[in-house]
Each structure stands twice: as C-alpha cells, then as structure tokens.
Write a protein that binds this ligand. Structure first.
Ligand SMILES: [Zn+2]
Length: 297
C-alpha cells in the first residue's frame, strides 16, 4: 500500500467513524408531537409514537379524531393537553377512523370534557361486542351513506367506502383545504403489514380507486409516512398497484396448489424491494392473499 493510498484510506475510515458518531448523537424523536399542516387555518396532526390523528380547530370548537391511546394510559389526556396549547376552544367531536384499538383506545379524557363520539355503525357493533375497557363507545353512528359534520366555518365529510382494511373505515375529507385523513387502508410509501390479517383485499382495491377519483391534494395517514411526509394521489395509486401485483402473483401460485408454505417462504416481489417494510411485511401480505386465492376467503 502506498503512503498516499494509506492516507486516503485513513481519511475515509475517519469519515466513517465520524459519521457513526454523528448518527449516534442524533436525538431520538420526541414521544409525541403536534404539527400544523402548512397552508391551513386550523388543521393539525397529533402524533403519539407511531400513530397519528388529525384535529381541526374551527371558529366554534375543535373536531378531533382517533385518541391513539392503545397501551398509553395517559395518551388521551396528552392529546387533549396538546390541543389546549393551540386553542381555548372546547373539543366538540371525536371521530373514529375505524374500530381498531391501536387508533381509538384512550378517549376518556375527551369524554369527560364533553365531546361527542362518532363512528361508523359497524364500529359501534363491534365495540358493543368486545367491550374494550379503554375504548369509549360512540354516541352517534354513521350509516353507509356517510355524513357531514359542520362546526363553525368548517365542513368535514365522513365517507364510507365499503370494505377495505376494516369493515368500519371512515375516510375524512376537508373540502376547503383539500385534505383527507385516511387511516390504515392507505399506507404512505411503505408495504402494508400486520393489518393485512383481517382486511378485505378485493373490496380494498375498489376503495382506493374511489379515493383516487376524489378531489383532494394532501393525505394525512394514520401512521407517519417516510420523514413524516403527507401522502399524495401517487401514493394511493402506488399502493393500489402493489396490492394488484401481490394479488396476481399469489393467485397464480395459489391456483397451482402452492399456498401456504410455498408462497409465504418462496414468493418475492422484487419490484418493491426498496419500499420500507418490504422484508418484514411481505409475509403478511402473502399470507392474506393465500387466504383469498388458496382458501376462498
Ligand atoms: Zn387498523
């Protein structure tokens, strides 16, 4: 090794070492955070851990969504305290995106403060059967035809698109801001994972087609996108294409008798290797489609 090569190599190693040190010193993200959505009067995102919810401050009170308090006993109170930091208006509504507890547990602080809870009727039916001690029952339900909540200067549409990630999903749309809040049935730039287990894959594709056809510009997801970014119509189209590709690939294998093990252990979708969650989440995707094409469910 020449002296010059050695010097270059030593420099590179130092740079790598410094890079590691710099990386290690990066502060961990705070456990929760509240951010205002750029260009809006009163649309905010409350993030707690890996979950997030939208809230809207209107001239006549606040419309909150999902308490995101599963496994976080003080999460609902924290969310309410965060809202109080940006407005003195009371929270009038809490709207559930769907019935899964990781998004809707923890609403007691809002209930005690007098908020009215709204969910799709199927969410209420499921909650009535399970009686989760940490989840507040809805006061009002939304039928399949949807509903509009109007508060002060704000209109929020609650739209039921049929079966998708769950059977109780409400898409929320702010027509003035052209923003939608979509939880779990639209992942932003990543491969869907465990949530595949009780999803409705064929109907899900139809939901996504409907969302693409609607009038909106930005999408707030229920789990933060890469770097915390909001979603776009391209993200929805990309997810639809992913689901269609996964479905078609498993269908062929399933009908050749390869489900479950052959598919779960052997099938790859290299086109999506660069998507966050590919390695960890692909088995959940393949298992769900084996259920559909290899089992009939
Ligand atoms: Zn869910």
């Amino acid at each position: 090794m020449t002296r010059r090569t050695y010097a270059i190599l030593a420099g590179l190693l130092t740079a790598v070492a410094l890079g590691i040190v710099a990386h290690a010193q990066q502060p961990a993200p705070p456990p929760f955070a509240t951010t205002k959505v750029d260009g809006t009067d009163g649309v905010y995102i409350f993030r707690n851990g890996g979950h997030q919810a939208m809230f809207v401050v209107t001239s006549a009170g606040v419309i909150a969504t999902d308490p995101v308090g599963y496994g976080r006993p003080t999460g609902g109170q924290t969310y309410l305290d965060e809202i109080k930091k940006v407005t003195s208006q009371p929270v009038k509504y809490v709207i559930y995106s769907h019935h899964h507890f990781d998004h809707i547990a923890g609403g007691k602080a809002f209930k005690d403060a007098g908020a009215t809870f709204i969910a799709h009727k199927r969410a209420q039916e499921r909650l009535a059967g399970i009686k989760d001690p940490h989840t507040v029952m809805p006061d009002e339900v939304v039928a399949d035809g949807g509903r509009t909540v109007t508060l002060g200067n704000t209109t929020l549409e609650l739209i039921y698109l049929g079966l998708n990630h769950s059977d109780s999903t409400l898409l929320m749309r702010l027509p003035k801001d052209k923003i939608v809040f979509a939880v779990d049935f639209i992942s932003v730039g990543s491969v869907p994972g465990r949530g595949m287990i009780d999803s409705y894959p064929l109907e899900w594709e139809k939901s996504l087609e409907q969302v693409i056809a609607m009038d909106w510009d930005r999408l707030i997801p229920g789990h933060p996108g890469p770097g915390g970014r909001l979603g776009t119509k391209k993200d929805v189209q990309d997810l639809l294409t992913f689901l269609q590709d996964a479905s078609a690939a498993v269908k062929a294998e399933a009908q050749a008798g390869k489900c479950w093990d052959g598919v779960e252990k052997g099938l790859k979708l290299p086109k999506y290797e660069s998507w966050p969650g590919y390695e960890t989440n692909l088995p959940f995707v393949l298992r769900r489609y084996c259920g559909l094409w290899g089992r009939g469910t």
